[in-house]
Write a protein of this length. Sequence first.
Length: 340
Amino acid sequence: MLKKLIISVVVLVITVAIAGLAVRSMALAYLEKPLANSTHEQMLLQVKRGDTARSISARVNQHFARTSNTLDYRLAQFFIGVDRIQAGLYEISPADSWQQFWQKLARGDEKQFKVTLIEGLRFSEWLQQLKQQPYLSAELTTDSLSEQLPFLQDYPSPEGLFLPETYSYRAQTSDLELLTQAHEELERELDDAWRARNRECPVSTPYELLILASIIEKETGIDGERETVASVFCNRLNNGMRLQSDPTTIYGIDDFDGNLTRQHLRTKTPYNTYRIDGLPPTPIAMVSAESLAAAAQPAQTDYFYFVADNSGGHVFSKTLEEHNRAVYKYQIKPHQQDKE
């Protein structure tokens, strides 16, 4: 009798265990199914401190038109665990499962936004772009830059002090945080370029190298030309010649309308390198790592002049006579033909 009872209990236990495993397997299979089909839009879910797992589950169900909130919540609570929730902004895809969803919130795997800050633009243009970025907290005020970004106190201008790059950020990251990161990246690149400079490079400080690189950045966007353009400016500096760079002159003109005139070239400003010796006082644009490298390691050439060839590149010349012929061929003659 006792033996039969024991066998019955064992069978019952095994049956319950098998049933339990079957229920668990079914529940996990359910929780691993997509939240919705691909016709539904992705959801941006803002999770705040104090939000409950039940209320979060209800919001997701409402977005994806699911009608099983209590079941979804209880199964997740029992078989996954919903206690670890990190505040933040999350991107939820209809292809995500409840398993993936609750794991995402437990890890704090927030949506990443990206902003590409472009070389050759001015700091003021960057600020306008940052103001338009979604979910980027605007804390920067231009009337107290040096207080908000203390490293600016060491420089006469914020121009050129941030590395153009694509930066990732989470929702509510501040523009101050992003610019601080961009400055740190710039400092690393500038330090590397300064250490690698060759004897053709005529500047005496890293900041002067940055200024020179910004001029190169504005003069050409062609990778194969940067070192040659750099050689022209370095040759001029080494021989006591003025840089005579249009972009520097333009930078010093208030409300420039796009038409560089002879009067502009004759007007002395701190940035008019037709009228001043050496480098302007600050960079004139944001500088790429490639232009920094070119400024630090210019090609060894005998060029002192260059002119745009109307195809995106430049023609380089060793003498003024050669340069004048190139100017006529590529700049003056085409305009004369257009008028005929």
